[in-house]
Design a protein around this ligand. Sequence first.
Ligand code: FE2
Length: 395
Amino acid sequence: MKSDNQQKLRADRVWLTEDACDLSDFRALAEKTTLLADYPTASAVEKNVLIYNSRKVIEAASTPAGRRAVLAEICEAFGIGPGVVVFKRAYEDTSIIDRASTIFEEIIEEQHRTSTGGGDHFAKPGANDRIWNSLEKHCLADPENFARYYGNTIVALASEAWLGPHYQMTAQVNRVNPGGAAQSAHRDYHLGFQSSKVIEQFPAHVHRLSPVLTLQGAVAHCDMPLESGPTLFLPHSQTYEPGYLALKRQEFKDYFEQNHIQLPLEKGDVVFFNPALFHAAGTNRSKDIKRVANLLQVSSAFGRAMETVNRERMSAKLFPALKALKSRLSAGEIANAVACCAEGYSFPTNLDRDPPLGGLAPKTQAQLMHEALEEGWSDETFTKALADQAAKKLS
Ligand SMILES: [Fe+2]
């Protein structure tokens, strides 16, 4: 009998099920109060969400020890804290945002003209406009603006805090037009995009793994008062382990409806949140605000990102722009832009052709780009080196 019982306990530990989700267990974890005293770099707690003044964060992270402390604080805010953080004025110079908005508008118009462009996982057709892989489209349309936009210090800090270095940036624009309805409450990629039947086939440690392999962010491209429907969040909900399954149940959906919070944003603010946080885009009740956010989905170097990105093509396009901007962007900003563009990880590769000479891992695309920038290579030399490197990685 004892072994039968052990088998049952083991199965319950390893196999999470929709049926076993329990609202009172969830509430015991999610109904926590975020304490400002636990986050010394933060400026405020509003509706249980941590609010950071971006300039203060950058100053606190300006020494190596300060940077480690800030990264640790933000890491815990995403993990065991509220799971969602607002960085006010992450883009102090909003002309960078405005130029990117113009590029995005042109892409959306082109999608309308040519009846291309994608559908959406969580919204009805027509309520919004999407630009999938806005990262690559932005880079190819205006590499100089891309360098300024993705050179952003806060975007790099938040990404590194949760994922470590060599993260893979991807981005998607969502423009929710007036009248656009709210999304249903969800968690995000990877397990968030699967049915219960599929999710239940993954052992519990994979439920814990999925959220540490990505980070969600949103750059506000316009002021977003509450009537325009900024994202609905349920702080601390990322800590409930079976949460990918719980959101399929009505009592959890109802709980989200009654308890979610919403914060107004201003143009240039950036929100980052744990992909396991319960959230949904809000209803746009305004008459005339087209609510535009560029959604950043950042993946760990070790994870598989949601979108295919041609980083070789982007790197070739960005390289001349970075050379031209060398005196106007700091070394850190250039490194941030390279990190969002080029592949930062050595693997997978073909170790016969691409051996780890002089180290443990073969040279990455990002390392190649830094080398080319330092040594002032011609565009042609760099483009050829990118192609040679890509060829070496093939089987
Ligand atoms: Fe989402």
